[in-house]
Write a protein that binds this ligand. Structure first.
Ligand SMILES: NC(=O)c1ccc[n+]([C@@H]2O[C@H](COP(=O)([O-])OP(=O)(O)OC[C@H]3O[C@@H](n4cnc5c(N)ncnc54)[C@H](O)[C@@H]3O)[C@@H](O)[C@H]2O)c1
Length: 266
């Protein structure tokens, strides 16, 4: 028996095998969960995601992943979200968990010294795709969670402290964390829990778009209590805790998986 045996969840969005969503999915599947997956409908994306799920099937020995339930979802479009959940309802009926592991900001403004020049539309898009989407996905998932459930989102320390180069994404992550708390408060009565994981830097496609990312890795290695950077797999393991009944009394929280870096002042 795995920690998620008998549970079904939706994980959005995998881009490749380096995505944090991929490591979360791998750990969920290894713990017995049935998962459906989302991908951003861009050219070649579906093929790339299928390939990464093939690799996951090999690593976990879960043959079911060879023919995964995989649907497009662009969280900037209400119609796309609606279509994704309509298909999920047809396939799964009910779900127990939802993983929001996606974000976007124009990388031209994720550079040191560029925050003051952030245009209105860049700000709006970053907050829309990276934070509002948690409300939109949660609302769409609720009808599939009549018995309650667990929802998680991914965030980063740049929401609370200035991390040079993280810029507008830091503002969007502050909005995401606050959004998670308000959702947790409102949905507690429905037995739906909402939490965020604040991960230390991980070398993914999105992370590489952030100016100053190399300094983040160097700094964590030098200054964090564990004196090393984290592995995406460690985020996956914490996700299993938050998505499973092990965390049944935990909601509205932000859990750090960052080698303890957030606790250090100097
Ligand atoms: N990598 C890190 O260092 C780090 C640290 C802390 C938090 N995070 C967060 O983890 C989450 C996953 O990012 P990642 O680092 O795995 O990078 P990633 O590039 O692998 O994943 C980002 C995902 O967001 C998706 N996405 C972008 N725009 C979208 C849209 N309009 N609709 C739907 N999906 C969209 C991409 O397709 C991709 O699948 C993000 O929220 C990110 O901010 C990352």
């Amino acid at each position: 028996m795995g920690l998620l045996t008998g549970k079904t969840g939706l994980i959005l969005n995998i881009a490749n095998d380096r995505s944090i969503a991929w490591s979360i999915a791998k750990n969920c599947v290894a713990q017995g969960a049935t998962c459906g997956f989302g991908y951003l409908p861009l050219e070649k994306m579906e093929r790339r995601v299928r390939k990464s799920l093939d690799e996951m099937a090999e690593e976990t020995g879960q043959a079911g992943l060879k023919d995964p339930w995989l649907q497009p979802c662009d969280v900037g479009s209400d119609a796309s979200i609606e279509a994704f959940f309509a298909e999920a309802k047809k396939k799964f009926g009910k779900i127990d968990f939802l993983v929001h592991s996606l974000a976007f900001a124009n990388k031209d403004y994720l550079a040191i010294g560029k925050f003051t020049s952030t245009p209105r539309e860049v700000f709006s898009q970053a907050c829309d795709i990276s934070a509002y989407s948690l409300i939109a996905l949660t609302r769409a998932a609720l009808p599939l969670m009549p018995d309650g459930g667990s929802i998680i989102g991914m965030t980063y320390l740049g929401s609370e402290k200035v991390v040079p180069g993280y810029n507008v994404m830091g503002v969007a992550k502050a909005a995401l964390e606050s959004t998670a708390r308000y959702l947790a408060f409102e949905l507690g009565e429905k037995k739906v829990r909402v939490n965020t994981i604040s991960a230390g830097p991980v070398r993914t496609l999105s992370a590489m778009a952030v100016g100053g990312i190399d300094d983040m890795f160097t700094h964590v290695e030098k200054k964090s209590p564990l004196r090393r950077n984290i592995d995406a797999d460690e985020v996956g393991k914490t996700a299993v805790y938050l998505l499973s009944d092990l965390s049944s009394g935990v909601t509205g929280e932000n859990v750090y998986v960052d080698s303890g870096f957030n606790t250090v002042g100097l």
